[in-house]
Design a protein around this ligand. Structure first.
Ligand code: PLP
Length: 410
């Protein structure tokens, strides 16, 4: 008897949906390959090239023969450079032993959740949230407890709401600030108040995903949970090369967790040793270069993003029937498009959800945005637009949307 394809796949794998943003990015690539002039606001990746000094360090290491296995959590130099950056920039007291480098920040999050969450554990997630956290928690057998936070509260969960969601089964609270998809970030006193709540619980840790912590606009202050005395020994901080250094394709992320004698990092190392082993060996010197020698390049990219944030916010705010909070960090705006629901697009499609909005916009105006349903919470009233693209594309893409919206009927 031949097995059917359903039999071949575990129930666990069958239940997982592919990443909606990666699927949309692939669709944009396909349409462009077919000759369509698509303006893409969907991809969450900087359009800049990775700073030369980072590329040079990798090439030099490769040409110098660094092509063999390296220690699973990263080379001592790379781990020390990351620890030094966490100490000096984030105020997190850690050593190289408290760091593990993995194949992308996504894998860092996945391994952290695998290392910490048992079946039956609860993980608190303010929503809308990055769409990979929930599947990751479910793959570990945990249950996500959503704390919805809408635009009326800048998409930021209050300490009271987090306190109300804590139970004796809570293991982890996931905080992502600045936020993908919302582009907002917690103020210093909000971080402190949430840290107090978590510190008052018997066993809860924070997974603080700070992958956008270098992309902050205005004079806002970023505070790390790992730097606060009340949560320093129960925080796992995530970061990596992708966003700060325009290096999404390099697949380099890292985690830092000094608490409980590095027990979480050791557990992640064991999991990584039985799955992916280390990252590509010759990328370790590139991490050292990124962490020690790129301040000017990183700041120049941040300044560009700040200008684009203002431009995109201004243009989206002018769209009819749409409201859009100003981004505080990361490279996303997350406008509320629910005022359009019930109307018909110029091409005759009924817009009744963010998904139908995004589909009609792509087909009729050739502009790609991410529908918000996948981000949970009130996401279904919103779409995510990334401004990690040049000013001309922002201007012409937003102009296309404006013209399309002005032709809506009903
Ligand atoms: N965390 C957040 C909030 C993200 O938006 C992303 C990427 O989109 C990641 C983690 C993972 O980044 P990477 O795996 O490219 O390092």
């Amino acid at each position: 008897m031949t097995a059917t394809s359903i039999d071949a796949v575990s129930a666990r794998a069958a239940a997982i949906k592919p990443s909606a943003t990666l699927a949309l990015t692939a669709r944009v690539r396909e349409l462009r390959a077919a000759g369509q002039d698509v303006i893409g606001f969907a991809a969450g990746e900087p359009d800049f090239t990775t700073p030369q000094v980072i590329c040079d360090a990798a090439v030099e290491a490769l040409q110098g023969g660094m092509t063999h296995y390296v220690p699973v959590p990263g080379t001592p130099d790379a781990r020390e450079a990351i620890a030094d950056r966490f100490r000096s920039r984030n105020g997190i007291q850690c050593t190289a032993n408290d760091i593990i480098v993995s194949n992308g920040g996504k894998l860092s999050c996945y391994l952290a959740i695998q290392a910490m969450v048992d079946p039956g554990d609860e993980v608190i997630l303010p929503t809308p949230a990055w769409l990979s956290y929930k599947p990751m928690v479910e793959l570990a057998g945990g249950a996500v407890v959503e704390v919805p936070a809408g635009p009326e509260q800048q998409f930021l969960a209050s300490p009271e709401a987090i306190a109300a969601a804590l139970t004796d089964r809570t293991k982890l609270v996931i905080i992502n600030s600045p936020s993908n998809p919302c582009g907002t970030m917690y103020e210093a006193e909000q971080v402190r108040a949430i840290a107090d709540v978590i510190a008052g619980h018997d066993r809860a840790w924070v997974m603080s995903d700070e992958i956008y912590d270098q992309l902050i606009y205005g004079d806002r202050e970023h505070v790390s949970f790992g730097a606060l005395p009340q949560t320093a020994d129960r925080t796992i901080t995530i970061n990596g090369l992708s966003k700060t250094w325009a290096a999404t394709g390099w697949r380099v992320g890292w985690a830092c967790a000094p608490g409980q004698d590095g027990a979480v990092i050791k557990a992640m190392s064991r999991l990584q040793s039985q799955s992916s082993s280390s990252i590509t060996s010759f990328l370790n010197p590139a991490i050292v270069a990124a962490c020690t020698n790129t301040n000017a390049e990183v700041e120049a990219m941040r300044v560009s993003f700040e200008g684009r944030a203002a431009l995109m916010h201004e243009l989206v705010s002018a769209w009819p029937m749409v409201t859009c909070p100003a981004p505080a960090g990361a490279f996303y705006v997350f406008p509320d498009i629910s005022g359009i629901f019930g109307r018909t697009s110029p091409g005759g499609r009924l817009i009744e959800s963010a998904a139908t909005f995004a589909e009609a916009l792509l087909e009729e105006a050739s502009v790609a945005v991410v529908p918000g349903e996948a981000f949970l919470g009130c996401g279904g009233n919103h779409v995510r637009l990334s401004f990690a693209t040049d000013d001309d594309s922002i201007r012409s893409g937003c102009g296309r949307v404006q013209a399309w919206l002005e032709q809506l009927k009903g």
